[in-house]
Ligand binder design. Structure first.
Ligand code: SF4
Length: 268
């Protein structure tokens, strides 16, 4: 048991049509700080604060500081919207690896994320992070809609020196994303063909290709209330237990065989 992925499932500041997170928009008690404290006591050594945008959540910075100060490797995914000027100092101090979403270059990114000027913001963030020599990971969701943008994204990323890794994920037709499956689904052979040119490129960064099937069996998530869950291949959420349960280690141990080592042992 090494890596925990903390996801904010209450809401997101974007509404991407390919999103698979079933945001509940309920009034809740955000226990992200307590979740991190519990993860520390359970000897997790890597934490990912998942996207949409942790920076938009009031609990995030304090929780991330706690993780970092207790020696966890901190990885934070964001769509970039809520990163402010003062966050760069925070990122330098407390974030080991920052993941930025990018699904196209220029208007293509704005359009797929349904957010005017988002690309301009992402571009500024990447330039600033590069100046600060902060390690960057790029997250791209590959769908039927943006497969023609992949080469453009690659050329764009090659101009930066601080990108550690480009993670490309096949569209996941799970949960609420199933209703838009026809618009976005990309089949395995199309995914492979679209990305095959990368095998011949001499890129400056590592490239990770994640098929849907790698992903669904590979992750255990924890929401901001401490609920642990995973996804099934059929596209449903499966509850495991609460991270605050006394016997959580035993319950998680039973899930070990379902966890894909490719996802569990990243970053360490
Ligand atoms: S894909 Fe990411 S940024 Fe878009 S709505 Fe979902 S969580 Fe938010």
């Amino acid at each position: 048991m090494k890596r925990i992925i903390l996801t904010y499932n209450q809401s997101c500041n974007l509404a991407c049509d390919f999103c698979y997170v079933n945001f509940h928009h309920q009034k809740i008690e955000d226990k992200a700080y307590e979740v991190v404290a519990r993860a520390i006591s359970l000897d997790f050594n890597v934490i990912t604060f998942g996207g949409g945008d942790s920076f938009s959540k009031s609990s995030f910075r304090k929780a991330c500081i706690l993780a970092k100060e207790h020696g966890l490797f901190t990885q934070v995914d964001t769509n970039g919207i809520s990163i402010t000027q003062s966050d760069y100092e925070f990122i330098e101090k407390y974030v080991d690896l920052i993941g930025i979403s990018l699904d196209g270059v220029g208007e293509a990114h704005n359009s797929i994320r349904k957010s005017k000027n988002l690309y301009t913001k992402v571009n500024t963030i990447l330039e600033t992070l590069t100046d600060l020599k902060i390690r960057i990971k790029i997250n791209t969701i590959l769908t039927k809609q943006n497969k023609k943008s992949i080469y453009d994204i690659y050329r764009y990323l090659m101009k930066y020196d601080n990108i550690d890794c480009w993670s490309i994920y096949q569209f996941f037709p799970i949960s609420v994303a199933r209703k838009n499956k026809d618009m976005f689904e990309i089949l395995n052979n199309d995914f492979d063909d679209t990305l095959s040119f990368l095998d011949k490129e001499d890129s400056k960064f590592k490239i990770e290709k994640f098929k849907y099937s790698d992903r669904v069996t590979g992750y255990i998530f924890c929401d901001e209330q401490g609920k642990l869950y995973t996804n099934s291949l059929e596209g449903d959420y499966r509850d495991i237990c609460s991270i605050f349960d006394l016997d959580v280690e035993e319950k998680l141990f039973r899930f070990n065989e379902f966890i894909n080592p490719k996802t569990r042992d990243r970053y360490i």
